[in-house]
Design a protein around this ligand. Structure first.
Ligand SMILES: Cc1cc2nc3c(=O)[nH]c(=O)nc-3n(C[C@H](O)[C@H](O)[C@H](O)COP(=O)(O)OP(=O)(O)OC[C@H]3O[C@@H](n4cnc5c(N)ncnc54)[C@H](O)[C@@H]3O)c2cc1C
Length: 228
């Protein structure tokens, strides 16, 4: 009941199928006006009439017009994936937030963003907040061609993309990329799959990067739901 009371209604103003697995979603409504939003925060969207919710990262928030944009990756057939894939303009939903998730609002460039398909929205929000060229994205992804198409559509086409391999061997390449960028005094923002973040974070710390230069937030982990 308390959760229901805290939920805000929104209408789907637009939904664009960028590729088979990615939806660019624009929500609008009175409840989205005059909101305090900062880059890196999350919203939780209620799934159907139940109490479960799935978490997304606003790419932008126009508090005057009451509009926010999300980029949802429909990876499988969980409630969030089904919600994103079946969404139509004019649909309604309930959401909770925006709320604290990753404190990146005060970061100055250069910022190296490591993540995956779930992190594209965050990287776009950071790119909007910082000077162009100050955000250096490195993403692991399942389908490189699809990911590239999405990144081009949201103006992040220059991101470094690495194909995810089952044995995790690809993370060595990601680590090397990150370490190459470390001497520039960059800040590191790590999101996406929990085990990848842990590994990259360990590599950065082993190379002498102090914890204060690293911000990390797991967005999902195999076999888990609602990783908040
Ligand atoms: C703070 C925060 C911000 C987030 N922002 C975004 C965002 O902006 N856009 C976005 O698309 N996602 C985002 N996510 C991730 C998203 O909430 C999860 O991927 C969520 O699990 C999707 O819900 P689902 O119902 O489709 O799958 P679930 O039913 O929750 O998951 C079922 C199973 O699918 C697997 N799984 C979950 N996510 C993935 C994935 N991405 N790739 C492969 N397998 C997966 C896991 O094994 C999981 O146990 C965010 C998560 C957090 C915590």
């Amino acid at each position: 009941m308390l959760l229901r009371w805290l939920m805000h209604p929104a209408r789907v103003a637009a939904v664009e199928a960028l590729t088979p697995h990615f939806r660019l979603i624009e929500l609008e409504g009175e409840a989205l006006k005059n909101i305090d939003w900062t880059v890196g925060q999350k919203i939780q969207v209620a799934m159907g009439s139940g109490l479960s919710a799935r978490t997304y990262t606003p790419m932008s928030w126009d508090t005057g017009r009451g509009r926010t944009r999300l980029l949802a990756f429909a990876h499988g057939d969980g409630p969030g994936s089904r919600w994103a894939s079946s969404l139509r303009e004019g649909d309604h939903c309930q959401f909770f937030g925006p709320r604290h998730s990753l404190d990146v609002a005060g970061l100055a460039g250069p910022v190296v963003v490591f993540g995956d398909e779930t992190s594209f929205g965050l990287a776009a929000a950071l790119r909007n907040a910082l000077t162009a060229g100050d955000v250096l994205p490195v993403f692991e992804a399942i389908d490189l061609a699809e990911a590239q198409q999405v990144l081009n559509a949201i103006d992040l086409g220059q991101a470094r993309l690495i194909a995810r391999s089952a044995d995790e061997a690809h993370l060595a390449g990601a680590e090397a990329d990150m370490l190459r960028l470390a001497p520039s005094g960059a800040q590191f923002v790590l999101t996406g799959r929990a085990s990848s973040i842990q590994r990259i974070s360990r590599a950065l710390k082993a190379a002498g990067i102090v914890s204060s230069r690293i911000k990390a937030k797991a967005y999902w982990a195999p076999g888990k739901t609602g990783l908040d």
